[in-house]
Ligand binder design. Structure first.
Ligand SMILES: Cc1ncc(COP(=O)(O)O)c(C=O)c1O
Length: 398
């Protein structure tokens, strides 16, 4: 059955439910899984758990197609939560240095689970090696190599890894000899400036062209770096089982590199606000939440309870939630989405009453799950299931 993502459609599904509630449209989610799978050109896709934060939706992706393999987690306790629930093949996407978590993860590794720790500094090697020794476990690590492009007059990228080039990587690899409890499993280069930068914003044709040009230059440079790092490590006898890269916004360019064994994606499944404006893909809006109209200060204004779920990143309007349905709602420039009230200006055809829902979309993918204990999963006009978010599991990981 083809469903239309209209106000009436979702209002009908949630008749009898009082906002606030959050939901994921499984039909849209699966559409996005399929698009993402095709964009990855046959490469394995690791699921970025930070962009989902709901076990059931990660299982949905893993079960959708065999191309979906493994999780990229984001903290020690979160990784443990996933391990406790049976997840395997976990690459911790960011360095963790809390020995208690590393120790408990090592216990799972000894039982045969596959977990890889991210590192980019000697201090990271030292702490993981020390815990590995205490636990009697050989722990796999992955080098996070910086994926930024330092262009003349413009630093195009992020500040994360201290490994900027092949020499840095080789120097860290040489330190591995002194850490017998570590095993180098792979490298990751995440090109945030390509994967996370919208390049088809309305009313910005010149900037969009500039951004696409910069992305093309940067993608070429990152591809060279990735190949050079893999070769340099191979020359020193390291055969890597994983070479990870990319994210929602860069899948086609990252997946086309020969050395890449897997790409990472997560936001693509949910299709949040910041991914509305990319040239390469067109996702279906899958994740949303409802707030309730409680006031009408004036004709054309509908003030709802709550709603101010602003996302992380550089503060700005692109991080504000987007009024979604009915179409045509606008936040007030001087109020935005508020702590306890959100006025929405609307002059469209939908007849709205006190008590009706307004459907909103968060700017980012997984962060909305920090605000809700449950997600309703809807498909073909019905609520199919209601599942816990990480918060609903009792977890608050970042
Ligand atoms: C290391 C890493 N890989 C991949 C991604 C891509 O995730 P997503 O597809 O959810 O944007 C991110 C996002 O920030 C990341 O930090």
């Amino acid at each position: 059955m083809k469903t239309q993502q209209t106000y009436r459609y979702y209002k009908g599904i949630f008749a009898g439910y009082d906002p606030p509630y959050a939901f994921v449209d499984l039909d849209a989610y699966r559409h996005n899984l399929e698009q993402t799978r095709l964009r990855a050109k046959g490469k394995a896709i690791r699921i970025a758990s930070k962009s989902i934060r709901c076990r059931h939706l990660m299982l949905e992706a893993l079960g959708y197609n065999a191309q979906y393999q493994g999780i990229m987690s984001y903290t020690g306790p979160e990784t443990l939560h996933l391990l406790e629930h049976g997840f395997d093949d976990i690459l911790i996407g960011y360095p963790i240095v809390d020995e208690a978590s590393i120790g408990r993860i090592a216990e799972y590794v000894k039982l045969g689970r596959q977990v890889v720790f991210m590192v980019d500094r000697p201090e990271h090697l030292a702490v993981i090696d020390r815990v590995g020794k205490t636990e009697g476990a050989r722990l796999e690590i992955c080098f996070d190599v910086d994926g930024s492009s330092d262009l003349p007059g413009l630093y195009f990228g992020v500040r994360r890894s201290s490994l900027s080039n092949v020499q840095d990587v080789v120097a860290l690899a040489d330190k591995l000899k002194a850490h017998p409890n570590l095993l180098l499993a792979g490298i990751m280069i995440y090109e945030a400036q390509i994967a996370g930068l919208p390049d088809a914003l309305p009313d910005e044709p010149i900037m969009n062209t500039v951004k696409r040009y910069l992305k093309r230059i940067s993608a070429r440079e990152v591809a060279k770096r990735r190949a050079a790092v893999v070769k340099a490590l191979a020359d020193r006898g390291y055969s890597l089982r994983l070479v990870n890269g990319g994210g929602t916004g860069s899948l086609e360019s990252t997946a086309s590199e020969d050395v890449i064994t897997e790409v990472t994606a997560g936001s693509a499944f949910m299709a949040p606000g910041v991914f509305d404006y990319y040239k390469n893909f067109n996702l279906k809006k899958a994740a949303a939440y409802a707030i309730q109209i409680t006031r009408r200060p004036k004709d054309g204004f509908y003030t709802c309870a709550g709603g101010g779920f602003t996302s992380s990143g550089v503060p700005g309007w692109d991080k504000a939630p987007k009024p979604w349905l009915p179409e045509g709602g606008r936040l007030q420039p001087r109020e935005g989405a508020g702590e306890v009230q959100t006025p929405i200006e609307y002059s469209g055809p939908e007849e709205l009453a006190i008590g009706d829902p307004w459907f909103m979309r968060h700017a980012k993918a997984g962060e909305i799950c920090e605000r809700f204990l449950r997600l309703h999963l809807v498909s073909e006009g019905k609520i199919m299931d209601t599942v816990p978010t990480y918060r609903g599991d009792g977890g608050c990981y970042i």
